[in-house]
Write a protein that binds this ligand. Structure first.
Ligand SMILES: *[C@@H]1O[C@H](CO)[C@@H](O)[C@H](O)[C@H]1NC(C)=O
Ligand SMILES: *[C@@H]1O[C@H](CO)[C@@H](O)[C@H](O)[C@H]1NC(C)=O
Ligand SMILES: *[C@@H]1O[C@H](CO)[C@@H](O)[C@H](O)[C@H]1NC(C)=O
Ligand SMILES: *[C@@H]1O[C@H](CO)[C@@H](O)[C@H](O)[C@H]1NC(C)=O
Ligand SMILES: *[C@@H]1O[C@H](CO)[C@@H](O)[C@H](O)[C@H]1NC(C)=O
Length: 275
């Protein structure tokens, strides 16, 4: 197990060193859909069928939002989202309609942070998810692969050579290779920005939309500090928990729409890429 992990890591590193535009390792398998109880034991046919659902318009539209399935990981070791939708009235019980209700934390699954999430003055200023800039949330975006042997540090950021002028970047990391969003239960060993990585991005790039492939843009050891660095800029938007499996690195049109949750510092967000 450890040896094969290491071998995979070395392979990934070798490829990443040769070229940063590393396609996500693995196949079109999406373990974790209906009925799949764990990360490893998903039947190939089910995974392939699920995989086909992720493209629309003959492959023109790519679904990069995770479905709110009950075993979607949540932000604590081993935690899952659980069911977020429940039938409140059921025709099976004699009503003339079925009516579901939604109950969830606003930072679950594919989600967006508003600046008030970790900056009290922004929260007090009313910078909620309903005030996020839809212009920034919709437009050309770069999908890049980060070096797999590190969190997103200043050095890692620098190595990506993201040109000035690029405003939206989706960072695909080791999290996608590890299929962490498909793993039943949160895993805090995910990759994210370190404080110095966040600072480097703020100081040296024009990036204002940061997308990442696990539940936080910030690595666990920098959970607050990296967020705080980003949130010093009131117009930065952090999109978390993106589903970047099986998408080629490159340039796309990104379309992301948060819910209009007045007063909330977070929201589920539906994102797609268009080729
Ligand atoms: C992708 O989008 C389709 C259509 O809305 C949906 O049926 C499917 O569940 C989505 N998959 C994920 C993983 O979000
Ligand atoms: C339907 O009725 C059953 C039996 O009374 C109850 O356990 C269940 O919660 C009800 N479901 C809904 C959605 O009303
Ligand atoms: C309504 O919900 C019940 C489950 O309580 C389900 O059996 C039934 O198929 C649903 N009907 C419709 C029309 O959605
Ligand atoms: C990233 O940082 C986390 C702690 O914040 C750590 O558990 C993980 O191993 C690091 N990943 C890499 C690839 O360095
Ligand atoms: C919150 O954001 C403001 C304005 O960008 C900044 O001056 C302040 O330092 C931030 N607060 C914290 C605690 O980072």
């Amino acid at each position: 197990m450890a040896a094969s992990r290491l071998a995979l890591l070395l392979l990934v590193l070798a490829v990443a060193a040769a070229r940063h535009a590393l396609p996500a390792a693995g196949s079109d398998a999406h373990p974790g859909y209906d009925g799949a109880e764990d990360t490893c034991g998903v039947p190939a046919a089910a995974a392939a069928a699920a995989g086909r659902m992720e493209e629309y318009g003959g492959g023109r539209i790519l679904n990069i939002t995770h479905a709110y399935r009950a075993d979607l990981p949540a932000y604590a070791p081993g935690a899952v989202t659980g069911p977020v939708v429940r039938l409140r009235d059921s025709m099976a019980n004699g009503t003339l309609y079925n009516l579901s209700e939604l109950k969830m934390e606003c930072h679950m699954g594919t989600q967006v942070d508003a600046p008030g999430h970790m900056n009290q003055s922004h929260y007090a200023a009313g910078l909620d998810v309903d005030k996020l800039d839809l212009d920034l949330l919709n437009g050309p975006t770069l999908l890049v692969d980060t070096p797999r042997n590190t969190n997103i540090t200043a050095k890692a950021m620098e190595s990506l050579n993201i040109p000035k002028g690029v405003r939206r970047v989706l960072f695909r990391t080791l999290n996608t290779d590890r299929k962490l969003m498909w793993k039943k239960g949160g895993d805090l060993s995910y990759v994210g920005f370190t404080e110095d990585g966040a600072q480097w991005l703020v100081d040296n790039t024009d990036i204002k939309l940061v997308g990442i492939d696990y539940l936080s843009v910030a690595a666990y050891d920098h959970l607050i500090t990296a967020h705080v660095v980003f949130f010093k800029i009131p117009n930065i938007i952090l999109v978390e928990g993106l589903k970047l499996d099986d998408v080629k690195a490159g340039i796309y049109m990104l379309h992301c729409l948060p819910l209009r949750l007045v007063g909330s510092e977070g929201s589920p967000i539906r994102c797609i890429l268009i080729k």
